[in-house]
Design a protein around this ligand. Structure first.
Ligand SMILES: [Zn+2]
Length: 83
C-alpha cells in the first residue's frame, strides 16, 4: 500500500494524470480510505486550477505559477505529521 507521504509527493502528477495506471489506481484506493489525503488533493487541485486560470486570463508569468505550486508541494511535504 502507498502511504500519505506518497500521496503528497505524487499529488501534482496525479492531478495532471501523468502517472502510470497502476499508481493512479493505488492512489485512488488510498484516497477513498483517507480523508486527510482527500482534502489535500482536492485543495491542491483547486489551487492548481485557479492558478492556471489566472495565468490564462491575466497572463501571469509561467515561472511564477510553477514556483507557487512547488512551494505548496514542499510546504506539505515538510509537514511533520505526514509520515
Ligand atoms: Zn492518506
Amino acid at each position: 500500500m502507498i502511504s500519505c507521504k506518497d500521496i503528497t509527493e505524487k499529488a501534482n502528477d496525479y492531478i495532471d494524470r501523468e502517472l502510470p495506471l497502476l499508481t493512479r489506481m493505488k492512489m485512488k484506493i488510498h484516497l477513498f480510505a483517507c480523508i486527510h489525503c482527500q482534502r489535500y488533493v482536492s485543495q491542491l487541485q483547486i489551487t492548481i486550477l485557479a492558478l492556471r486560470k489566472m495565468k490564462k486570463e491575466h497572463s501571469v508569468d509561467e515561472n511564477t505559477v510553477d514556483n507557487i505550486v512547488n512551494n505548496l508541494k514542499n510546504y506539505k511535504q515538510n509537514e511533520p505529521e505526514i509520515k
